[in-house]
Design a protein around this ligand. Structure first.
Ligand SMILES: [Zn+2]
Length: 400
């Protein structure tokens, strides 16, 4: 048994002091005061919440273990208060059939300390030429994506959408047109044409890491027309950084940092509900890779350890986002959009819990990073909301 003592939970948009008792892997009591002689975690100064769910994480294993492994990546998740993630399929082998997927599943089974729900790729080896073998993977994957690159072959994409609709999968789109690439057009030209296709087919379709005004306008318009099957996420870095702030390769990602006006539009989309969730796009690279010339070094920054602190500090603490909405965008909406196993903080819920310190600021240092990647633009910044304890399935997987 584990007792979480003196913490506050979110109830009807308020912080309410509650103790939580866990037996085996379940929450068995949530009460004003619980006295019980067992392992006790002091949650004074802390918000106790269901662990966050991040649908956009690059774990890099199999194939790129020098960047990250399932072990280091999921330990970084635990440190960030994230208890469930969806793993992106730009791996080697690429999960485009069951045999390839099995390599990743084995690594997850062996080393993951949080729940990992894999994507299957949309096309074989994400090459945009042949559809992946969905049927062989469908019992083990939780969505389809060719993240890292966009699907530009619209005939293939249409077939993938038909499969997704028939099998109730959500497609997560890294919307990027091959001709325009990183430019603003590169994103919204792809978004516009994909929306037209979704309207025709009707599958659940989720746009990853949206970053420009025209994309949000198009998604907002479609949602207003009643297409609630069209959703999108925004990443912490696009909410708090713009291209004027770029200092080095740790500010390089895809989509890139945009103008201040697009950053404001990204915030607006999160605040008005066009974007229903936050996702980190955690993308570790080695220091060697990131120390190359800016133009040559790979895209991507780590972000799983700082996602909750940034959102809590910059949005909840400043009164821009309510406590209820904080849980929606970090826990409940990702679960809903991708049909993931339910998580909550009620009696009977599986004990996947993050205990985050909301009273004391902490300066994020390179030394404390548990991800193999150290490529964060947020090193040296101070935030509230860093994790004190993380539990997954009733077990403590991170302790500060
Ligand atoms: Zn992407």
């Amino acid at each position: 048994m584990i007792l979480i003592k003196n913490g506050k939970i979110i109830k009807n948009n308020q912080l309410v002091k509650k103790d939580i008792l866990i037996d085996d892997n379940k929450i068995i009591k949530v009460e004003d005061e619980i006295i019980y002689d067992c392992e006790t975690l002091d949650a004074s100064d802390c918000l106790v919440m269901p662990g966050a769910v991040d649908v956009h994480v690059h774990l890099r294993e199999p194939g790129f273990e020098y960047k990250e492994t399932v072990k280091t990546g999921t330990m970084a998740c635990a440190k960030g208060g994230v208890t469930s993630i969806m793993s992106m399929p730009n791996l080697k082998p690429c999960p485009d059939n069951y045999e390839n997927l099995k390599v990743q599943l084995n690594a997850i089974e062996k080393d993951a300390v949080v729940n990992v729900y894999p994507f299957g790729s949309v096309t074989v080896n994400e090459e945009d030429k042949v559809l992946s073998d969905y049927d062989s993977m469908k019992d083990y994957i939780y969505g389809l994506s060719d993240d890292g690159r966009g699907v530009n072959n619209l005939q293939l994409l249409e077939q993938a959408m038909i499969y997704a609709k028939e099998n109730n999968f959500t497609i997560a789109s890294h919307a990027e047109d091959n001709v325009y690439k990183y430019s603003r057009e590169g994103e919204y030209v792809a978004v516009l044409r994909e929306i037209e296709l979704v309207k025709k087919i009707g599958c659940k379709y989720h746009f990853c890491h949206m970053s420009v005004k025209e994309s949000f306008d198009a998604i907002r318009q479609a949602q207003t027309e009643g297409y609630t099957n069209i959703t999108c996420e925004v990443a912490p870095h696009h909410l708090v950084l713009n291209k004027e702030m770029i200092k080095d390769a740790n500010y390089k990602m895809n989509p890139p940092l945009r103008d201040e006006s697009d950053r404001i539009e990204t915030i607006k989309a999160l605040l008005d509900g066009t974007a229903c969730m936050i996702a980190s796009d955690h993308a570790p690279h080695s220091e060697e890779e990131k120390s190359q010339e800016y133009d040559k070094c790979p895209n991507g920054i780590i972000g799983i350890e700082t996602m909750i602190p940034i959102i809590y500090t910059e949005f909840v603490k400043k009164g821009l986002i309510s406590l209820d909405r904080f849980l929606d965008i970090l826990v409940y909406n990702p679960i809903k959009v991708f049909n993931l196993p339910e998580r909550d903080l009620c009696v009977g819920s599986v004990a996947d819990i993050a205990v985050i310190d909301i009273e004391n600021e902490h300066k994020y240092s390179k030394e404390e990073i548990l991800s193999k990647g150290k490529n964060s633009p947020f090193i040296g910044n101070s935030y509230y909301g860093f994790t004190k304890y993380t539990l997954v399935n009733g077990e403590i997987v991170y302790k500060k």
